[in-house]
Design a protein around this ligand. Structure first.
Ligand SMILES: [Cu+2]
Length: 210
């Protein structure tokens, strides 16, 4: 490459940089972050509750250096490579549920991440309406996973399976006044595995009238 060509290339790079600098560094923002310390033989804390959209950063703090990983109890929901002291693994939890995980190298190392459902009760010109937010985004058409939502109506002792969906948000029109409860877990269509190793995700309760 001659000098003129190099200068032309340099000009393109320089001219291009203000444009790219104005764009986000990543296609999606990480949002809020919570740190879990990966110790010699434990995760600290090993039981956390976060809002959907939060990124968990598992930071390997072992001295002397010990290699660990982070493996979801549901196959392929999240899975880190092995990482050393000073390194971390990040995963953004976009959907509600209880997510158990383990270090596959040291099976006494276990943890869980709880992500509560959120929602609200409101009304429009057709009457009362409940909006239940399952996730910050819908699952893609090719995804092996589905959101499994259960509902307990006022006066009912049990939850009923309600919906099996990829959608991020549901709307529901209550037919009688009282408290409606909702829970969600995530199911793999291929393996039948479900998130929520210690029961359901935290219950969302909505009242009508609100
Ligand atoms: Cu480990």
């Amino acid at each position: 490459m001659n000098v003129a060509a190099l200068l032309a290339l340099a000009a393109v790079v320089v001219l291009g940089s203000p444009v790219s600098a104005a764009e986000p560094a990543r296609p999606t923002a990480l949002g809020p972050t919570t740190v879990v310390d990966v110790m010699s033989i434990s995760f600290e804390p090993n039981d956390i509750t976060i809002a959907a959209g939060t990124t968990v950063s598992w930071r390997n703090d072992t001295t002397p250096d010990r290699v660990h990983d982070v493996v979801s109890s549901v196959t392929d929901y999240f899975l880190s490579p092995r990482f050393r002291s000073g390194e971390s693994y990040q995963y953004r939890f976009t959907a509600a549920g209880s997510f158990g995980y383990v270090c596959s190298i040291h099976d006494v190392m276990i943890g869980v991440v709880h992500v509560p459902l959120s929602g609200r009760s409101e009304a429009d010109d057709q009457g009362p309406l409940m909006r239940i937010r399952l996730a910050t985004r819908a699952l893609s058409v090719g995804s092996d996973f589905r959101y499994v939502v259960r509902r307990r109506d006022p006066g009912s002792p049990v939850f009923q399976r309600w919906l099996f969906t990829r959608a991020a948000e549901l709307t529901f029109r209550p037919t009688m006044p009282g408290t409606y409860d909702f829970t969600m877990r995530i199911k793999s269509v291929a393996t039948g595995e479900k998130t929520g190793t210690s029961g359901d995700s935290p219950v969302l309760s909505l009242d009508w009238p609100g």
